[in-house]
Design a protein around this ligand. Structure first.
Ligand code: UTP
Length: 408
């Protein structure tokens, strides 16, 4: 893109401030900025005004969950089918590690965080251990896809290589980067994070499938005959990945997606609750739950909206192919965005100073026709690390690891 073309594009979107320091930059940095302007979709900033409309939700209704009793009863049959699918190479795992992990407050990728007390126990190590527990005894080596972002790719790849991928075969791992989105101030003006660089952030975790395809990895899916992908968050250090019982249950139910869920600890617990919205699977955020929904009971007399998602889903790819073509909605999220101030110096704000744009995996679920919520024992499979202390923290996860006999 030439200087003139870049100026025209910025004018079209009212983002001329991006060129403020252009003449001070080296030729190399000027070229980099032109390339970034060329690649950036500024039209998403229009969503600042549209967000109110997209926040309108449909009619919610309960979605029956497969609960522990039923799973225990059918465990062997599910497990056999799950193992069969793993042995036939039909299932792959995909680690969502493109997030910024800002709440944890570390600049390094979240997976490199050490939760050990007497020895090193890295978050990535816990995830790979969880995976090895399933696949090693079966001697099957499903593909492990790892999604990073421009902000943490090199650090993530370097760290895992340095630790010999914690025992997972290197040739069965494929990294890919997700897309980035520009971040803007309250007036919709895109920030700079360097004099020659637009402030960007990862575009949310829903882009995993399109980014995987963009990276050319759909060829691997085809070559290996992969039909299902188990996506999981980087921060739940207890989760079971490629769980054969879960896989078998989804296969038998013939659903488009399976969602691991936990029984809520309290009616107002801050987790997204799985339900139906206008007849399609959906996730309702805790702040959207009305008192009526919190009080509603199912035919067994249990709370009707009682299961929270833990970001561990098994997607059936043929149905996903159909929905990704339609695209997922964009969420406008208020965040703290490091940016250049008036004096051209980088500042890390203490309070929220603007907006990021994200596509969320829960919108992918809502576009599919069927979902199996699959209950797991909370104390055994849910130890998310979002913060340093308090709820969903390094402290609470350490406690849960200890309860599960994991040495730290
Ligand atoms: P979170 O919603 O916890 O976001 O991500 P985060 O960015 O990691 O953390 P905060 O909010 O800044 O503290 C849930 C999962 O989705 C992944 C994260 O890496 C994590 O595994 N994720 C999130 C992505 O892969 N890409 C994104 O753009 C956002």
């Amino acid at each position: 893109m030439t200087r003139q073309q870049a100026e025209e594009k910025l004018r079209k979107y009212g983002q001329e401030q991006i060129f403020r320091y252009y003449d001070e930059l080296s030729v190399e940095d000027q070229e980099k900025l032109l390339a970034q302007i060329d690649q950036t979709d500024f039209s998403i900033i229009d969503h600042l005004n549209k967000d109110q409309e997209s926040a309108q939700r449909g009619a919610f209704a309960p979605l029956a969950c497969m609960e522990l009793d039923e799973i225990r009863e059918k465990k062997e049959a599910f497990e056999q089918d799950g193992i069969g699918a793993l042995k036939q190479g039909k299932v792959a795992a995909l680690l969502l590690a493109g997030g910024m992990g800002t709440r944890l407050g570390s600049d390094a990728p979240k997976g490199t965080y050490d939760i050990g007390l007497t020895k090193h126990v890295y978050i990535f190590e816990r995830q790979i251990q969880n995976l090895l527990e399933v696949v090693k005894p079966l001697d099957v080596w499903p593909m492990l896809f790892i999604m990073t972002s421009e902000k943490n790719h090199e650090a993530t790849v370097g760290f895992l290589k340095e630790h010999a991928y914690f025992g997972y075969p290197e040739e069965r791992i494929a990294f890919f980067q997700q897309d980035m989105a520009p971040a803007c101030d309250d007036n919709g003006k895109v920030y700079l994070e360097e004099k020659g660089r637009i402030a960007t952030s990862p575009n949310g975790n829903a882009g995993w499938y399109t980014s995987l395809i963009k990276a050319g990895l759909d060829q691997v899916l085809k070559d290996e005959g992969i039909e299902w992908i188990n996506i999981f968050a980087v921060d739940n250090v207890l989760q079971r990945i490629l769980d054969p019982v879960f896989i078998g249950a989804c296969l038998q139910a013939q659903v488009s997606v399976g969602a691991k869920v936990v029984r809520k600890a309290a009616p107002d617990e801050k987790v997204g609750v799985i339900c139906l919205e206008d007849g399609k699977p959906s996730i309702v955020e805790y702040y959207e739950l009305s008192q009526e929904m919190m009080d509603a009971k199912n035919e067994k007399g249990d709370p009707a909206y009682n299961f929270g998602v833990i970001l561990n889903y098994l997607f059936h790819l043929p149905e996903l192919d159909e929905v990704v073509e339609k695209g997922t909605p964009l969420h406008v999220v208020r965040k703290k965005i490091p940016c250049l101030n008036e004096a051209g110096e980088l500042v890390k704000p203490e309070t929220e100073n603007g907006y990021k744009f994200e596509q969320l995996v829960l919108d992918l679920i809502h576009q599919l026709d069927s979902c199996l919520p699959f209950e797991v024992v909370r104390e055994k499979e849910f130890a998310p690390i979002k913060n340093k202390t308090g709820i969903d923290s390094v402290e609470s996860a350490r406690e849960l690891c200890k309860q599960n006999g994991i040495e730290l």
